[in-house]
Ligand binder design. Structure first.
Ligand code: ZN
Ligand code: ZN
Length: 310
């Protein structure tokens, strides 16, 4: 229930939180509104849940360990910290299948141990191929500082978090962990419960923060020029723009599932390094937290319903 006429109540925790409110924090969830239906976070009767999201750190996570007021891009504190996959090395010649999974899990757990958040969640990505085929119980056995989600969910503060690592198989890549055909992906997304409040996938939905650079212009520019000469650039059928040298990597069925069935308040993902950012469609806020290129993370204040509680 959204309280539109409630008297403003303040607790000591709330005033502390107001101090933490800075630019760059996106309000999500049941954001209070005034009588005119405009968002007014000052009408909240209790502190929101602060959620910090990062992804695709590709072994550059040391940059996130510094505190925000010192050097580096240190992650801010909060209630929930989510890493939505591709913690592992990026370079193509370091095939992740050669990494012993226990070493990787040790690094992941040490990373999460550095942060004070009450709930810390990790979802694998296509660069975590060494975790594929290892049971969730075995992986969780090596992780004492975070919750590992693999087509599974966890609850915190009355909210349902659901995570899935799967992405679409791509040609010319060795990072093929948790990669599936489009047909099998459709089955994966059908497992997402309707009751999900916060969805975490490595895969973006089609047309939402999913524009990636094509390989052809970078690796074989003359071939790319030939291609554009034969097939002149045209308007994209997905987004309506012309984006030469860039293509959508997102999944159409995931988009359909999120926008028309599950309708989570927040969808956190990564995978496409070029499309870091946040945006809102209908009542869902989308977050591409890919760290590698932009060196940024996303922060949300989730306002709880009256029945939800910390
Ligand atoms: Zn497009
Ligand atoms: Zn990825």
């Amino acid at each position: 229930m959204v309280r539109t006429n409630s008297r403003r109540r303040k607790s000591s925790g709330w005033s502390l939180y107001k101090d933490l409110m800075t630019e760059g924090v996106t309000p999500v969830g049941h954001v209070p509104t005034d009588d005119g239906g405009r968002m007014d976070i000052s009408m909240a009767t209790r502190p929101p849940l602060r959620i910090v999201h990062t992804s695709d750190t590709h072994l550059q996570h040391d940059r996130l360990l510094c505190s925000a007021d010192t050097l580096g891009e240190g992650l801010p504190s909060g209630d929930v910290l989510v890493h939505s996959g591709d913690f592992n090395r990026y370079k193509v010649n370091c095939c992740v299948r050669s990494t012993h999974y226990e070493d990787l899990l040790y690094q992941i757990d040490t990373f999460f141990a550095s942060f004070p958040h009450k709930l810390k969640v990790f979802v694998a990505g296509n660069h975590e191929g060494c975790l594929e085929g290892v049971s969730s119980q075995e992986i969780q056995r090596h992780l004492s500082n975070c919750v590992y989600l693999c087509d599974s969910s966890t609850q915190f503060a009355g909210l349902n978090f659901y995570g899935s690592p799967f992405t679409a198989s791509r040609l010319l890549t060795v990072a093929t962990g948790f990669s599936e055909s489009w047909r099998r992906l459709k089955r994966r997304w059908s497992l997402i419960p309707d009751s999900t409040d916060i969805l975490i996938t490595h895969m973006p939905p089609l047309g939402i923060l999913d524009l990636a650079s094509e390989m052809l212009p970078n690796k074989w520019p003359s071939l790319f020029r030939l291609k554009t000469a034969i097939l002149p650039p045209s308007t994209c059928g997905t987004c309506g723009f012309v984006h030469v040298g860039r293509q959508h990597w997102g999944c159409p069925v995931l988009r359909e599932t999120v926008l028309n069935r599950v309708k989570p308040k927040l969808h956190l993902f990564g995978h496409v390094h070029e499309s870091y950012g946040t945006l809102q469609r209908d009542n869902t806020v989308f977050s591409n937290g890919a760290f590698l290129f932009k060196r940024k993370y996303n922060v949300f204040d989730y306002y709880l319903e009256e029945k939800e509680g910390l």
